[in-house]
Design a protein around this ligand. Structure first.
Ligand SMILES: N[C@@H](CCC(=O)N[C@@H](CS)C(=O)NCC(=O)O)C(=O)O
Length: 206
């Protein structure tokens, strides 16, 4: 059975859990990272030298980097659904996945760490506000992209919706000022109908 190493409070682990749910893949998950520790041992670093979660183990194949894990599982189990057959649709889905890591995540991190993981008296509100404004700009890009399509890569849900779907849940549920982005809201409401999103993503942001 597929093994997923990583705590379920990690947004990167959540991507893999949600993908498995969508794809109907049975898995065993082990609590590693955060308060559970276990990600700085020689055994874990032999699996992922970065000491980060998630790691997946599929028979004897080991890999890490959450979006790579999602791509691998989607390619293996979700051809024509999560992993689009059409090359241009697939490239569009992959573009949003890469953009989440390179562009959304750097804006999200200072806001998430500042507002959720830092005591009020220790917060650097200038850094948080800069991140919040940057994050709003990114969410405006997603909102505009969703103006003429139901999902990020087109008419149907694909792997491209997973990483930004998780970022959007955090954006809507962190105690921050937000613009009203109606297309983003409609898309997030549609994701909220999906059992995998309900089970793995729609939780208090902690
Ligand atoms: N780019 C990596 C980032 C992985 C990452 O930063 N994971 C965090 C959790 S979200 C982690 O392992 N932090 C250390 C810990 O949980 O102890 C990925 O997408 O998998």
């Amino acid at each position: 059975m597929l093994r997923i190493l990583g705590r379920d409070t990690s947004s990167n682990v959540m991507k893999v859990l949600w993908a498995c749910d969508e794809l109907g893949i049975p898995f065993e998950r082990e609590d590693i990272g955060g308060k559970h520790g276990g990600n700085d041992t020689p055994e874990f670093r032999a699996l992922n030298p970065n000491g980060l979660v998630p790691v997946i183990i599929d028979d004897s194949f080991v890999t890490w980097e959450s979006n790579t894990c999602v791509r691998y599982l989607a390619a293996k189990h979700g051809r024509g659904t999560l992993y689009p057959d059409d090359l241009q649709t697939r490239a569009t889905a992959e573009r949003w996945m890469d953009w989440q890591v390179t562009t959304v995540s750097p804006a999200m991190i200072p806001v998430f760490r500042g507002m959720i993981r830092t005591k009020p008296e220790d917060r650097d509100m200038n850094v948080i506000e800069q991140g919040r404004a940057a994050l709003s700009d990114k969410m405006a890009i997603v909102d505009a992209a969703l103006a003429d399509r139901a999902y990020l890569a087109g008419d149907t849900f694909t792997m491209g919706d997973i990483p930004i779907g998780i970022a959007a849940w955090r954006w809507f549920n962190m105690p921050i000022e937000r613009e009203e982005y109606s297309h983003l809201r409609r898309w997030c409401d549609a994701l909220s109908e999906r059992p995998g999103y309900q089970r793995h993503i729609m939780k208090p942001v902690t």
